[in-house]
Ligand binder design. Structure first.
Ligand SMILES: Cc1cc2nc3c(=O)[nH]c(=O)nc-3n(C[C@H](O)[C@H](O)[C@H](O)COP(=O)(O)OP(=O)(O)OC[C@H]3O[C@@H](n4cnc5c(N)ncnc54)[C@H](O)[C@@H]3O)c2cc1C
Length: 445
């Protein structure tokens, strides 16, 4: 139990942002106590709704025993990724075998009614040219990708912009995509990958947080955070109530938008406009475990990334060939929820039907080596999205601070270069939240 004499910090969520905040607060507090700038180290408690830590960073076992990343798979940017550098160089975490997946073999396939790869290439180039012209006339301003596309006067380019919104930003249409974020956030696909999955990273971070005596309470969903008469915060969970001096909330934008956590009106007034500026982007991964012959007979080379542009929806397929013969299909936007809400057998039939329409992926049914598994990020009440997307003109907060309450996580990263929406962004924001909390503790004595 927290010591009544020491300040108590509660972190809502034990994903990458929450664990990062706990480790940095623990480490920073030790240094401050040692230097005499802080009287006693604070108590740190992480309240996690789920049964395990890691949040969206989660490894699952397929029925054939293969470990797959249900959420993030890549440290985007390879060795320059800030989280990867910190984990390996600074913390010396043992992450097992690491390889680089550059996703460099790109295959684009269109349905019969769809446009040709050449047309798409042409349209994307025109769209970027239009953005360059627009930017030179409106320096520093933002515009919706959809509006930009309509300015070209080409229905094909408008359709291409919607395709990009859907399969790249995982939202429904290009009017919800900020051109600044689309071209400014260069995470892209590919990066370092862990043979054992992100579980290795999460395991190391949990151990590190526990080294700093952070208590992780799983299966503890936070339902409300309110200011008490003495200015401390009261945290209402589905098990117990807690008191804290400082709270860092790392729940996803999907959870916050759904009203899953109640706040005082004074906090809600600050939070609502920020949430109105962001979309909860939806993405589902579907894993199709296959016998190795499937890849061998088709001459599928490592790092292949296939996009199938269907008439209304585009599918991404990541073809693992590095000893993990699995096809990972990505369903985005509205299709994500459709796939998550289907009965398992119907979902399995549907994804095999889509694959049968693509020459390279045909007849996968004959090579299946276990059950097809899907994630449920879009419909699970603890997530309700895969990541955040910024609406045109909105600036992300870095992070959002309201009194002794801080909102952190992948969505709350001001600098696009720090990778909002990714694990690197969650890490950056957890670190800033820790710094701000420590500063307040020192100032308050
Ligand atoms: C399919 C998919 C693919 C992705 N691919 C990549 C990739 O390749 N590379 C990359 O860098 N990023 C990728 N991402 C994004 C990455 O997963 C996220 O940016 C990052 O993991 C977010 O971390 P976080 O700590 O901000 O949030 P989360 O991981 O969501 O952590 C928040 C935690 O809070 C908990 N929580 C929520 N509400 C409550 C509550 N009321 N009470 C208590 N606990 C609560 C949740 O259970 C969760 O554990 C992907 C995401 C998805 C879904």
């Amino acid at each position: 139990m927290p010591d009544q004499e020491r300040p108590h910090i509660i972190i809502v969520g034990a994903g990458i942002a929450g664990l990062t905040a706990a480790i940095h607060i623990g480490e920073g507090a030790d240094a401050l106590v040692k230097s005499g700038k802080m009287a006693a180290r604070p108590d740190i408690t992480l309240l996690e709704a789920d049964a395990i830590a890691g949040g969206r960073a989660r490894t699952k076992l397929l029925s054939n025993g293969l470990a797959v990343d249900a959420g993030p798979h890549w440290f985007h940017g390879g060795e320059s990724n800030a989280l990867y550098q910190w984990a390996t160089d600074n913390r010396h975490y043992s992450l097992g075998d690491i390889s680089l997946d550059t996703a460099k073999h790109r295959v684009n396939v269109s349905s019969a009614q769809g446009m040709s790869p050449d047309q798409r290439e042409w349209g994307l180039t025109r769209l970027f040219e239009m953005y360059s012209v627009w930017q030179s006339q409106h320096p520093g301003e933002d515009i919706a990708l959809g509006q930009l596309a309509r300015m070209t006067g080409s229905p094909i380019i408008t359709k291409i912009a919607d395709e990009r919104a859907n399969n790249w930003m995982a939202v429904e249409d290009a009017d919800h995509v900020s051109a600044q974020e689309y071209w400014g956030d260069d995470a892209g696909s590919g990066g370092m990958q862990l043979a054992d999955g992100m579980e290795r990273l999460v395991g190391a971070m949990v151990e590190d947080a526990e080294y700093y005596q952070a208590h992780i309470h799983t299966r503890t969903g936070v339902r409300g955070i309110f200011e008490r008469a003495d200015k401390r915060l009261k945290i209402v969970t589905d098990k117990h109530n807690y008191d804290a001096d400082h709270v860092i909330v790392t729940s996803s934008v999907g959870v916050l938008k759904s009203g899953g956590i109640a706040f005082d009106p004074s906090v809600q007034n600050h939070l609502a406009p920020e949430l109105d500026g962001m979309t909860a982007a939806k993405m589902t991964k579907i894993f199709i475990p296959l016998r190795p012959e499937f890849f061998a007979e088709r001459d599928i080379v490592p790092d292949t990334f296939l996009t199938f542009y269907d008439d209304r929806h585009s599918w991404l397929f990541h073809l693992h060939t590095d000893g993990k013969p699995t096809v990972t299909a990505f369903a985005s936007g509205a299709m994500s929820e459709v796939m998550e809400r289907m009965k398992p057998a119907a979902m399995q039939r549907e994804i095999l039907r889509v694959m049968d329409r693509i020459e390279l992926l045909k007849d996968a049914d004959d090579y299946l080596e276990g059950r097809i598994m899907r994630t449920n990020w879009s419909t699970d009440a603890d997530f309700l999205c895969a990541y955040s997307a910024m609406l045109p003109g909105h600036k992300r907060r870095n992070p959002l601070v309201v009194g002794n309450l801080i909102f952190a996580g992948e969505a709350w990263v001001g600098d696009l270069k720090q990778g909002p929406t990714t694990m690197a962004g969650a890490f950056a924001s957890g670190r800033i939240a820790a710094k701000k909390t420590l500063r307040k503790l020192v100032l308050n004595g």
